[in-house]
Design a protein around this ligand. Structure first.
Ligand SMILES: [Zn+2]
Length: 260
């Protein structure tokens, strides 16, 4: 059983949105990436040229493009977490769904038709990307901030399991209900230009410190922060002099974070 089943329903929905973006459910990943990459027309990710044409498909089925300015070919997943693998985007999409559902590595591997070690590598690629993909961005104007949680899955990672903790007895209770140390907190924020910040901050509940780790010094002084009712954001915005609007029971504030 995935630890994620212990997440309150609202948190689970949030995590799902963050991993795949609310729009993606209706679309496939390739369409989604295409829309994001070429939102302002077809631009080459290598030279910035605008004479980009379709150029056949890779064996995995991925659409290839060629840039007439620099002569290079690229696929839509260039510079994303999905690039450089031989698996098609449909497999990645399935894997993201597995992750959002909190399936174990073995279960995910089985459902996606990949090996256990590929599943392991992908999980870390994705978690890494959540942290690194947004470094350097800073946010301004209307900024929506929220946090989500991912289960710390020791299950299926035999090394971590044996080193860091005694493994739980089968069917044993998780120490506490709710957002215990079994989860990592991932504060995230996005502004209206689509710039986003997110990073794995800590184990357990969201705190001012966790928010500070991710958002501290990265939000324009004049920005207006929109968050849920969490006290961590009140303390953060007071300390940093931001205007704060808290939406009671705020749900679905952060979406489309997933531009890794
Ligand atoms: Zn080019």
């Amino acid at each position: 059983m995935g630890l994620i089943c212990q997440l309150p329903r609202a948190e689970r929905a949030k995590l799902q949105r963050m991993l795949i973006g609310s729009q993606v459910n209706a679309l496939d990943l390739e369409t989604y990436l295409t829309q994001r990459r070429f939102a302002d027309g077809r631009v080459c990710p290598i030279c910035g040229g605008t004479h980009v044409l379709r150029n056949g498909r890779r064996r995995s089925g991925a659409q290839k493009f060629i840039c007439k300015d620099c002569g290079k070919t690229f696929s839509i997943s260039k510079n994303t977490v999905f690039s450089g693998t031989r698996k098609g985007l449909a497999v990645w999409m399935e894997y993201l769904n597995c992750m959002a559902e909190g399936l174990s590595l073995d279960k995910s591997a089985e459902r996606c038709g990949i090996t256990h070690s590929t599943a392991f590598a992908w999980r870390h690629k994705i978690l890494d990307a959540i942290g690194k993909g947004t470094e350097g961005d800073s946010l301004a104007g209307i900024v929506e901030a929220d946090e989500t949680f991912l289960p710390v899955s020791y299950k299926g990672d035999r090394r971590a399991e044996s080193k860091e903790r005694p493994s739980r007895k089968r069917g044993g209770e998780i120490h506490r209900r709710g957002l215990s140390d079994e989860f990592v907190c991932i504060p995230c924020a996005i502004d209206r230009r689509g710039n986003a910040l997110s990073k794995v901050a800590k184990l357990g509940k969201c705190s001012t410190q966790a928010v500070d780790v991710v958002l501290g010094g990265r939000i324009d002084q004049q920005a207006t922060l929109y968050t849920d009712g969490d006290a961590a954001y009140r303390r953060f915005s007071r300390a940093n002099g931001h205007t704060l609007v808290q939406i009671k029971g705020g749900r679905g504030t952060v979406k489309g974070i997933y531009h890794i």
